[in-house]
Design a protein around this ligand. Sequence first.
Ligand code: NDP
Ligand code: MG
Length: 382
Amino acid sequence: MKNIAVLGSTGSIGLSALEVIRHFPEKFRVIALSTNSNIELFERQIKEFRPEFACVSDTAAGKRLKAVKKTKIFFGEGGLEKIVQEKNTQEVLLAISGSAALLPLIKAIEANKQIALANKEALVMAGPIIMNMMVNKKASIIPVDSEQSAIWQCLEGHKSANLKSIYLTASGGPFRKTSKKKLEGISLAEVLKHPKWKMGRKITVDSATLMNKGLELLETMFLFNVQSEKIKILIHPEAIIHSMVEFIDGVVIAQLSATDMRIPIQYALSYPERFANSLPTVDFYKLKELHFEKPDFKKFPCLKLALQVAAELGTKPAVLNAANEVSVREFLNRRINFVDIPRIIERVLGSHRNKLKPDLADIIDADSWARLESYKTIGELS
Ligand code: NDP
Ligand code: MG
């Protein structure tokens, strides 16, 4: 029986994780749940899973939460940090979106926890610091993001010195076949219709701009300690191959499975075991073909920006992430157009003075600076 803290339990990944946990009552127990502000759903989750701890990050929303017997409830951001450090918490599933996951991740590492990491923004912001913290710690990070889970599974048992390159696959998003010109008038509804994955709104927008793949490029570099030159982004519309690794002898190992996040979530929770389940599987007779394309950097400038940032590092990844978070939020609020997203990020990156080898305080400073600068840039657009 493993005690799991599901942080971000009211989100897309959180809900899928609770579904996985529901199927294995003899293997997993929910020790903690967290939400930002979705109190109605959160109350139902608490009633069902009876966790020891719960946290509502948005204190104002938290006032609506009724007291529950035997569940200690925390309010505000500090609550997440307490939950991850609880001694009975064995594995932390970090499914909070955005930069809010950074401090809980750091606290979970300090407390030597096993971490199932779905959130990518924290790693993008502070990858080298996080990975350095892991040295000399008993903490471990098991990737949940499907591509990272794939790479991790393909690399298992192999020497990193033998790795030649990583093929980071991408479905291509809803606009793979849309012309650059047409993107200028694209609506929010069109952006939110992802062809392959059903996800939270922020990552769905990132998938449409391909910034999601840009963030994953940085995520891959940090998690597996590889240079960006070794990572090849490969558009693969069927989203059946979740990524591949190529070794120096020309052998390629790929990880394939159905397009369903419950699969990598389950493995991150069951690892090192594999549990039989009734999740969808790949039917190769029906599938028949798999397709591959090069990404179009001109049509998707976010990808190009991420590539430039990957070559520079320092505080730039944190700035890229913050400018993207602000731009996506403002796009979701219908204050800017789809094509403004890369424009804003490019301008903010352009006025940032990069600090190489940053510490955590530098990262947090760069993040705050980039958020302000992004709002300023948005103001200048209109
Ligand atoms: P959602 O937006 O669906 O859910 C986010 C969760 O985090 C919700 O529980 C939300 O609470 C909570 N949350 C949001 N902001 C804060 C905050 N400031 N403080 C505390 N809690 C907060 O996101 P997803 O589930 O889609 O994604 C979660 C993470 O996993 C992201 O980093 C994403 O990139 C990554 N990921 C997601 C995939 C997917 O298929 N969805 C695939 C691979 C990676 P509330 O409900 O109150 O808003
Ligand atoms: Mg992914």
